[in-house]
Design a protein around this ligand. Structure first.
Ligand code: NDP
Length: 297
């Protein structure tokens, strides 16, 4: 029987653990606050930000919602980040990507105070992750690490193949899997659009993480029997639904589940864990700011 890795259920457990940590912080006079900054009218970005705010409300994190006109000068975003960095009541700062073309994305990421960088994208935090001393693990790969642990999948000694090398998923995922620490110790191969004979690589995977943004590109033929398959992809494809589309992953679920020992569904796998780990990082940032020890789930 193929195990379906239930991200919704695990995310609910993580949130429950965070509520306890937030109560402990409240006893110490600290209330976690996450500021989200949206400089876009893209409906998907608006949805992501509003979901993050709903998640905060559910666990007792205060959410500050800042919207900047996408046509405003880039300086307005930089100044907003500076203000949030300087605000002692704000523990986490997240700028929703993508930002408009006239804004220098790297400059934005560098500007966020690394201690408030709950996405974990500031170069200092990227460096710390690579050095095995992570302050904030990026939410998606961190959530995947938790999903694997929950399913009893120990990457140690396994061949892990990550398809995708983005800064937000592929690279940090590969890094976490190869770290000399619990949840790591895998032998990692990173594939991308220039990889020759992708199927030969994916068939060698004990653990496959698909993060390419290409609907259904990994099918059962590209997997070996008993692989653990993590599907990060969230792709809109035309469908005869009310909205005119549906969300599918990078993995062809039906053929992959025939081979896989365990697999994440889309939706309901990685996505909810990504959201939960943002809350986790915000609580962690608050505990660090307040100098309070809390147990994190
Ligand atoms: P990017 O577009 O930034 O990166 C995609 C990566 O996949 C690139 O490295 C690209 O290679 C590689 N790639 C693309 N097509 C192929 C292919 N046919 N064969 C091999 N490699 C390929 O995407 P993200 O990392 O931001 O996101 C990936 C997917 O995950 C998207 O569907 C996104 O929506 C989803 N996502 C889901 C999250 C969740 O919580 N569930 C969170 C974040 C993302 P190259 O570098 O050569 O261009």
């Amino acid at each position: 029987m193929t195990e379906i890795l239930d991200g919704e259920a695990l995310a609910a457990e993580v949130r429950e653990g965070l509520v306890a940590a937030i109560e402990r912080l409240a006893d110490a006079g600290a209330r976690p606050t996450l500021a989200t900054v949206l400089m876009s009218e893209d409906p998907a970005s608006e949805t992501y930000v509003s979901m993050k705010q709903d998640d905060c409300a559910e666990v007792g994190i205060e959410a500050r919602d800042i919207e900047i006109d996408p046509d405003a000068p880039a300086g307005e975003l930089y100044d907003t980040v500076d203000d949030l960095n300087a605000d002692p009541e704000v523990n986490g700062v997240l700028v929703q990507m993508p930002v408009p073309d006239h804004v220098d994305k790297r400059r934005v990421l560098r500007r966020i105070d690394p201690a408030k960088d709950v996405d974990g994208f500031h170069p200092e935090n990227v460096g710390r992750l690579v050095a095995g001393d992570a302050r904030f693990k990026p939410c998606t790969p961190h959530g995947i690490q938790k999903l694997l642990a929950e399913a009893g999948v120990d990457p140690e000694g396994k061949d892990a193949v990550v398809v995708g090398r983005s800064d937000i998923v592929g690279k940090p995922m590969a890094n976490l899997l190869m770290q000399k620490t619990e949840g790591g110790n895998a032998t990692v191969t990173v594939c991308h659009s220039r990889t020759d004979d992708l199927a030969a690589k994916t068939r060698g995977a004990d653990i496959l993480v698909a993060a390419a943004g290409a609907p259904g590109m990994i099918d059962g033929d590209m997997l070996s029997e008993g692989a653990v398959v993590v599907d990060v992809g969230v792709n809109r494809v035309d469908a005869d639904t009310e909205k005119g589309y549906e969300l599918v992953g990078d993995v062809d679920f039906e053929s992959a589940r025939e081979k896989a020992r365990a697999i994440t569904p889309v939706p309901g796998g990685v996505g909810p864990m990504t959201r939960a780990m943002l809350l986790y990082n915000t609580v962690k940032a608050t505990a660090q700011d307040a100098g309070v020890d809390v147990d994190l789930p």
